[in-house]
Design a protein around this ligand. Structure first.
Ligand code: G3P
Ligand code: CA
Length: 276
């Protein structure tokens, strides 16, 4: 079955334009905005001194020239690291991306420094057009509410914590943790939340989400393997935001099923495929 969609499918840049540029850097997000992405996805973690930074892994080893857990490092420690060079060459020195549209320029340090959520919010606010932000809380249980608390305080500073209506909000909070989403909704009931999942629970199979959540965030594997589940979610009135959709045939499937957002490492390629 093909579902009617109220709004055009949204193209969300996963960790920025992360196929080409180093994920979670200003360089990757600037490129995503240039590429025409409708929204940006980012993961957030707390540093040892309480700053929210955009880093996917628990440790910085993969995406920087440093070592250690984000939670054990202070912002000043992270600021000394280079989060860009790893993307240019692999361990054997070969370029990772052939003919990248993004070039590592060491003189533009900010572009590949650790990215705070505050800086990313500023980028979005200064974009000159509407660019939405999908913020994922990582390992929120460990911090007993601190991630959400800091997040909401920061959003408040930008006037983004309490939209008048969920559907108008340029920011949404995503998590694999229903508890994290619950904390966000308890403090800010109109901020939209997205329940991320990579497994098909009986609840999801029935097209249901945790109480209060309106947006489902299934992996593309779920969409491929259980399209009926996506149809049920849509029939129940939920939005569906799918990650991480990089292959043209998966984009096609998402369009056919009427999903609301495609989260991708290659926003320009997906926009091209959608004729935008
Ligand atoms: O957008 C959701 C997706 O990012 C979840 O997986 O591991 O890439 O954060 P991960
Ligand atoms: Ca993520």
């Amino acid at each position: 079955m093909t579902h009617a969609r109220q709004r055009p499918i949204q193209v969300v840049a996963h960790r920025g334009a992360s196929e080409e540029a180093p994920e979670h850097t200003l360089a990757a997000y600037r490129k995503a905005i240039e590429d025409g992405a409708d929204a940006l996805e980012c993961d957030v973690r707390l540093t040892a001194d309480g700053h929210l930074v955009c880093v996917h892994d628990r440790r910085v080893n993969r995406t920087s020239n440093g070592r250690g857990a984000v939670s054990a490092l202070e912002l000043s420690d992270l600021a000394a690291l280079d989060f860009g060079s790893w993307k240019s060459r692999d361990a054997s020195g070969r370029p990772r991306v052939e003919e990248p549209d993004w070039e590592h320029r060491p003189e533009d340090r900010e572009a590949t420094s650790v990215l705070t959520l505050e800086r990313l919010l500023k980028l979005v606010c200064d974009a000159g057009r509407r660019v939405e932000l999908a913020i994922e809380t990582k390992h929120p249980t460990r911090w007993a509410g601190q991630v959400e608390e800091r997040l909401l305080l920061l959003l408040k500073r930008f006037g983004l914590d309490a939209p008048t209506a969920a559907e108008d909000s340029p920011v949404r909070v995503m998590s694999f943790s229903a508890r994290s989403l619950h904390r966000v909704r308890a403090a800010s009931p109109t901020l939209p939340t997205v329940h991320l999942t990579q497994f098909v629970s009986p609840r999801l199979r029935d097209g249901r989400l945790p109480v209060g959540v309106r947006i489902a965030g299934p992996s593309i594997r779920i969409v491929r393997g259980h399209p009926a589940c996506i149809e049920r979610l849509k029939q129940s009135g939920h939005q569906v935001h799918v990650w991480t959709v990089n292959e043209p045939e998966d984009v096609e499937l998402c369009v056919r099923l009427g999903v609301d957002a495609i989260i991708t490492n290659r926003p320009r390629a997906v926009l091209d495929q959608l004729g935008r």
